[in-house]
Design a protein around this ligand. Structure first.
Ligand SMILES: [Zn+2]
Ligand SMILES: [Zn+2]
Length: 137
């Protein structure tokens, strides 16, 4: 049985919103330094979803490209008015979009199943008891 879910979310100013209707692939905590810098936090909680089923709306959406450690680009989209990070796409992982989970309207069902880039994790963080990767998956 395929369990479909509907996810919706938006940035802090409401200029960018999105919806997803489908089956999320994973929920992960990414500790990489680039996510730390983008979010200003110790890590980034992301939900990986099938990109074609994700609809992002809003004229204030901007994208900044960083380089992943695969050497391939990572497109980090955010609201250019309020700065909220919204979604990232890794060229090395085609077909998936990674929603920045803190922007979801409802976070009550989130349940991380992986931690990524433990090599960059801040020393005081505790492991979640899920599959851990030193770098990406
Ligand atoms: Zn905004
Ligand atoms: Zn990251």
């Amino acid at each position: 049985m395929v369990i479909k879910v509907k996810l919706t979310g938006h940035c802090n100013c409401g200029g960018v919103s999105y919806s997803f209707d489908g089956q999320p692939a994973l929920t992960a905590v990414c500790h990489c330094k680039t996510c730390q810098r983008q979010t200003g936090s110790y890590a980034s909680l992301v939900v990986g979803v099938q990109d074609p089923e994700l609809k992002v709306l809003g004229e204030t959406l901007g994208t900044f490209i960083t380089q992943g450690d695969s050497g391939q680009p990572v497109q980090r989209s955010f609201c250019t008015r309020c700065g909220s990070p919204i979604v990232s796409r890794c060229d090395s992982i085609p077909g998936l979009a990674f929603i920045k989970a803190g922007t979801l309207d409802d976070t009550s069902e989130l349940n991380p199943t992986a931690e990524l880039y433990l090599d960059d994790a801040q020393a005081w963080t505790a492991r979640l008891g899920v599959t851990c990767y030193a770098k990406g998956m």
